[in-house]
Design a protein around this ligand. Sequence first.
Ligand code: GLN
Length: 312
Amino acid sequence: MFGYCIGSALRRPFASMTGQTSEQPWTVLRLIEWTKDHFTARQVQQPRLSAEVLLAHVLKCRRMDLYTRFGAVPAGEQLAGYRELVRLAAQHEPVAYLVGHREFYSLDFVVTSDVLIPRPETELLVDKAIECLNGLGRHGRYWDACTGCGAVAIATGVRKTDAAVLATDISESALAVARRNIAAHGLGDRITVAAANLLELPADLAELALFDVITANPPYVSASQMDELSPDVRREPRTALFAGEDGLDCIRPIVTQAPDVLGRGGMLAVEIGYGQAEAVWDLVNRVDRYDRVGFARDVAGIERVLVAHKKI
Ligand code: GLN
């Protein structure tokens, strides 16, 4: 992969866009920079990062390793593979689906188009779960509902090795991905996986209640927001995103039902959408079974996670 072996056929797709038809080789650095500009023009999210993730994938190295190989010239086959990924990403196929995984809480997770791609702001759920489980002073009982690829349940389970973890989702195809991730992180013995709609605990798992901590990143996109989603988000499962006219069709039952399955003082942490905090605050007050209610903000300063404790 270090040879200057590039033929005109392989050079063309990149050269045509840069206007450079010279014999300059397509080094790692040139590929990243060309792709970054191409992605910027096509409004692909995080253009440079996306270029690096795709290139590292075809070169079978870590993204960081690219930085020590800027002058290297990928072989023809690798370049062809990269070109195809760049084409698909420019058409807004999410990069995480193209490479088949995504980092979350410094851990690696398999993702497919059956699951929502874990977002950095969702790491707040893990922080809250760990914080609360740490404060118990005994083995905790923890339920991650709407688990998708299992990222929140697994990231928490990896750090809280004494907690019993339940991970549920309504989608069987999402649970298949979660099971793969649970096995990959060696948590098969510690995480129970089951199909469930929101917080409707399956009868055969009733003995797992009451829980000390419940987390959920449910669908919360409203009808009008669905029309405004960026093209790459539209490729993600609609069932993981859409939650009715006001986006609260899943949050409402979760907030209403959680006190039935939480122990005294148990914590509910639910991710919510931009601008939903006020409506969720009203809902929590109407349910009237919580105290110590607040919202954790994400790095953008948005109230992102409802945190509420069941009244003692
Ligand atoms: N945060 C997601 C988005 O970017 C929505 C995820 C969800 O509905 N839980 O649209």
